[in-house]
Design a protein around this ligand. Structure first.
Ligand code: WT7
Length: 657
């Protein structure tokens, strides 16, 4: 292990960047980490007073009396939209550009902090006029745009808990989330513009509501994005512009407790049902602002671009909340990286003189491929000299992609912050700080100051550096998940298993190198896949497949490594009819893929579908997934198959179609 480490390249922070950074040099990092270790509550309390404006100050930092339902800053009151908008206007930033909106077709719209505040207030007043109040749940089903950010901020302003559902999810998935959240209102758009095409949104909401179980919904608000024809079902449905155009541009914020739920965000777990991850107001906002400032070294004149969608947590923390809480200027991008061609990212960086760029490894890998096939899309044809910091998120970044990103996008001069975190953690947990941490490609390096990440064995015992184990967080932290909405028992079971000594179980495997103690994430240890940085539960996909009751008798889903998407979904299916081959197998595989897209969304479509007369099972009838993982990789099965009931099945399943 240590021999290997000596061969690793290490990139020290560029001297000029380090000198001017918010956290400047390793000594500064270590000092912060030591401050947190010496007085954990003192450290977080100090930062909460520095980074957040409180209506009523908190008197207690952390309440552990009902662990693992931790409470942070509970008796303090605040409003997130006040912190992101009014506060910046009051500081004299009213005319500063908050958002540069780059539409799918390249059209640019800029909004200042004062305008963003006015738009947020108008929608907040509109929502109040419809009776939406503190604690109500509002589902947002929109694509990327200023209006999505405004919708989230407007909910925060009136104390409504938002639940953004990614615009690529199907009517069925949307329905499930609306029902689970008991939402009173949906905010959507007529259509979304993506890659030169108009794709439906409002009609999918209609379909979702028609599926039943959504009686809690009173209204649907529709933002007119494309002007495409949609049905408005009066009095339930209202145009957003009609609801808001004559509303006042001021709106008294709802001052809520720091523990008030700011949002729910559904994510995949080990079982079939997605979990509504519930986040707080005060602790969440603190970590969103703090990590935006320190991890990206955000300064007043930066142009920050996070390419995520507001449908995922990255879009929540590093588009809607973090950069605005810091008074930053950010890009909101509607389109896709490959439209009109695969140089879109590079041209957009040049066009807006982006200084901080944060994207996912899967995007980088696919753009590397694109630049190889079509050299005209290589980043070298764009002027990327404005960039000073790069970021990576969502999945492990392989050293080859890291080196390419560093050399070709960052011109060899921009540190890459490889940020490990999760929907549940609210913000960065393990990450370099660009002016402090020496970088090793493929490693997310060290915990953010104050985060007690560690690697343990199945019994919660620390494992020595150089060995792999289970990634945990030993102490609660301000932006942590508070519960799974409506299912506190599942929250405890999923994240605080009794054998782990009260540590938070992340669900990832990791190791630390012997020399520096740097973390490397080795991937999920549960039945969760990471496909293009999207989190998918294998059980969720299996449930979708077996829901096709005419065709499917049984299904097992596993992941296999994929050069571009990180992992690919591989489904083993037993049909109710005889096992198909050739063209017929291809046709049925297509039907099942389309079925999964309809049940969950296109992101859940299996890449491979293999048919068998049966699945490999133990004598007690348990599906042997570890064997399926090997078959999916195209490897010969070398594992112990002595407990396998039907060994001949492996050969059949190895055949692709
Ligand atoms: C899972 C969380 C983090 C926001 C977007 C995804 C994987 C995330 C990294 C990274 C290696 C990473 C983990 C984690 N992951 N970032 N920098 N290096 N793996 O949020 O959908 O909740 O997924 O994504 O496996 O558990 P998410």
């Amino acid at each position: 292990m240590s021999e290997q480490n000596h061969e690793l390249k290490v990139y020290a922070p560029p001297a000029a960047l380090a000198a001017g950074a918010h956290v400047s040099g390793m000594a500064a990092y270590l000092k912060l980490a030591a401050e947190a270790e010496a007085d954990y509550e003192g450290y977080w309390g100090r930062l909460a007073r520095e980074f957040v404006s409180w209506k009523k100050p908190f008197t207690k930092v952390l309440d552990e009396s009902n662990a693992p339902f931790f409470k942070w800053f509970e008796d303090g009151t605040l409003n997130v939209s006040y912190n992101c908008l009014d506060r910046n206007v009051e500081r004299g930033l009213g005319d500063k550009t908050a958002i540069i909106f780059e539409a799918d077709d390249g059209a640019v719209t800029k909004v200042s902090y004062a305008e963003l505040l006015a738009r947020t207030c108008r929608l907040a007043n509109g929502l109040r006029s419809l009776g939406v109040k503190k604690g109500d749940r509002v589902v947002i089903y929109m694509s990327m745009g200023i209006e999505g950010v405004v919708a989230m901020q407007a909910c925060a302003r009136i104390g409504a808990t938002h639940s953004v559902v990614f615009g690529g999810f199907s009517a069925q998935s949307l329905r499930d989330r609306i029902e689970d959240a008991g939402a009173v209102l949906v905010i959507t758009a007529d259509e979304q513009a993506r890659g030169g095409k108009a794709l439906p949104l409002k009609s999918i909401v209609d379909e979702a509501l028609a599926l039943g179980g959504c009686d809690s919904i009173r209204n649907v608000i529709v933002y007119q994005r494309t002007g495409g024809k949609v049905a408005l079902n009066a009095p339930r449905d209202l145009w957003l512009h009609e609801l808001t155009y004559d509303r006042p541009t001021t709106c008294e914020p709802e001052w809520v407790s720091a523990e008030h739920p700011l949002f729910l965000l559904y994510t995949s777990g080990s079982t079939g049902k997605p979990k509504g991850v519930q986040h707080s107001t005060g602790g969440y906002l603190l970590h969103a602002a703090l990590t935006t400032k320190w991890t990206f070294d955000l300064k007043d004149d930066d142009v920050f671009w996070c390419t995520a969608d507001i449908g995922w947590v990255t879009g929540h923390t590093y588009i809607t909340y973090g950069p605005l809480a810091c008074g930053g200027t950010e890009i909101v991008f509607e389109g896709v990286p490959t439209y009109p061609d695969a140089a879109r990212f590079w041209k957009t960086i040049e066009k807006h003189k982006v200084t901080i760029f944060y994207t996912a490894p899967t995007a980088i890998r696919s753009l590397i491929k694109a630049a190889e096939t079509n050299p005209a899309t290589h980043p070298k044809h764009s002027d990327l000299s404005s960039l000073r910091i790069l970021g990576s998120v969502g999945e492990p970044i392989n050293p080859a992609a890291w080196e390419w990103y560093h050399a070709n996008v960052g011109g060899g001069r921009c540190p890459i912050v490889d940020t490990w975190w999760q929907t549940e953690t609210g913000g960065h947990m393990i990450t370099p700080l660009p002016g402090a941490t020496p970088l090793v490609p493929g490693s997310c390096t060290l915990p953010f100051p104050g985060i007690t990440a560690a690697i343990v064995d199945e019994l919660g015992e620390d494992v020595p550096n150089g060995q792999g184990g289970i990634l945990v967080v030993k102490k609660p932290w301000p932006s942590m998940i508070r519960t799974i909405y409506g299912d506190p028992e599942r929250f405890k079971k999923s994240y605080y298993p009794p054998e782990l000594k009260g540590y938070y179980l992340a669900g990832d495997g990791a190791s630390r190198d012997a020399e520096r103690g740097y973390f490397t994430i080795t991937g999920r240890i549960d039945d969760v896949l990471n496909v293009s940085g999207h989190r998918m539960g294998t059980m969720e996909i299996e449930s979708a497949l077996v829901a096709h009751t005419d065709l499917v008798a049984e299904a097992a889903v596993v992941g296999r490594p994929d050069d571009t998407t990180g992992e690919a979904i591989c489904a083993f299916v037993v049909l109710k009819r005889s096992r198909p081959t050739g063209e017929e197998a291809k046709a049925i595989a297509k039907e099942l893929r389309d079925w999964v897209a309809k049940e969950i969304g296109p992101i859940a479509k299996p890449k491979d579908i293999r048919f068998g007369d049966n699945l490999p099972k133990t004598r007690s009838g348990k599906i042997m997934r570890r064997l399926l993982r090997q078959v999916a990789k195209g490897e010969a099965v070398t594992q112990d198959i002595s407990t396998l009931e039907n060994p001949a099945i492996l050969e059949q399943l190895a055949q692709t179609n």
